[in-house]
Design a protein around this ligand. Structure first.
Ligand SMILES: [Zn+2]
Length: 123
């Protein structure tokens, strides 16, 4: 399951930060996810609960902010903001068209990363 290993990595990042600040508990984790990672937020929430069970992050709130993807056209060099449709999520289709010239010769420049933006802790 894609989401579980993802949730586990988030937990590890948050835990390392909490240990650094000698925190007793993690109360909230703020996360930014690129839309093109194909992460399903509901599944991630559930995986996060499982991954943090029995740890200092148990019961922590996971706040997810989705950020749009961006592609760059190799033909006309312009950027297009792309969004994943439900259908594309199911098939894993990742072919994006330039909205300026219609070319499929594009590359993804943003939206494939996830970042822990902030965590809230209890000392
Ligand atoms: Zn183009």
């Amino acid at each position: 399951m894609h989401e579980f290993s993802f949730a586990y990595n988030i937990f590890k990042v948050a835990e390392a930060t909490a240990i650094k600040y000698k925190a007793k508990k993690i109360t909230e984790v703020l996360l930014e996810i690129g839309e093109l990672t194909l992460i399903v937020p509901e599944l991630l929430q559930r995986s996060f609960e499982m991954a943090t069970k029995g740890s200092i992050a148990e019961g922590a709130k996971l706040t997810i902010k989705m950020t749009p993807g961006k592609i760059k056209c190799r033909e006309c060099n312009k950027d297009t903001v792309v969004s994943i449709t439900k259908e594309a999520q199911l098939t894993g289709l990742q072919l994006f068209q330039c909205s300026h010239c219609g070319s499929n010769n594009t590359e993804i420049t943003e939206g494939k990363k996830a970042n822990v933006k902030n965590i809230k802790i209890q000392e």
